[in-house]
Design a protein around this ligand. Structure first.
Ligand code: COA
Length: 178
């Protein structure tokens, strides 16, 4: 059966709640843009609107196996760090990304597939740079490899909750991917 890539819909609330509930503690500790409860899943599905785009990978009949948030602009804290690294932060065209894949589906190419799909939206909105929302934990080797394969470059590092994190950014060149 084929994995379907598509934007999240209002009607995905229950499937998204199940997806959040099934994420292991390890994955949650790596990916934490918001809480993982039913109320959050419902809120997200009820408030789908730009400048946020949520892409999901779904395994029919409706099991979510991957979830990627794309948000226009900088997330709180990220902009200040990039400014310190000397990256111009005041222009337009910046988007932030936070991807996740269900534990038993990790390492099977779902993350890269969601990224390829996300590019269509990023191109449509004329995104020029993509940054990792909150960086990536330096010891999260699968994620660091995933970002490196996509062409993300490290810009600096910082400590959060006693862990080293890396800030990585990608200059989007659409004809390179599409
Ligand atoms: C990071 C993530 C989104 C990548 O998506 P993915 O679909 O697993 O991506 P890939 O299939 O390309 O795997 C990436 C690399 O990590 C490896 N990998 C991924 N998950 C793995 C696992 N659980 N165990 C061992 N290796 C793993 C893959 O083999 C691949 O390496 P390779 O290119 O050398 O073969 C996904 O692994 C994930 O959700 N991880 C937990 C949450 C997280 O870390 N989010 C990112 C926060 S910054």
């Amino acid at each position: 059966m084929e994995i379907e890539l598509r934007p999240l819909r209002h009607s995905d609330s229950e499937s998204l709640a199940v997806y959040f509930q099934q994420l292991s503690e390890k994955t949650r500790s790596r990916f934490a843009p918001h809480p993982f409860d039913e109320a959050t899943a419902q809120f997200i599905c009820e408030h789908l609107s730009l400048p946020q785009i949520i892409i999901i990978a779904a395994y029919p009949p409706g099991t979510i196996v991957g979830y990627t948030i794309l948000q226009e602009g900088w997330m709180p804290g990220d902009k200040e760090r990039y400014y310190q690294y000397g990256v111009p932060v005041n222009g337009s065209g910046i988007w932030s990304m936070a991807p996740s894949v269900a534990d038993s589906w990790q390492g099977k190419g779902i993350g890269p597939a969601m990224f390829q799909y996300a590019l269509k939206y990023l191109q449509w909105f004329e995104a020029e740079k993509l940054v990792l929302w909150g960086g990536v934990q330096s010891d999260n080797i699968p994620a660091v490899k995933f970002y490196q394969h996509l062409g993300f470059e490290p810009k600096g590092s910082f400590y959060y909750n006693g862990k080293e994190n890396m800030d990585m950014i990608l200059s989007l060149k659409y004809n390179h991917y599409l």
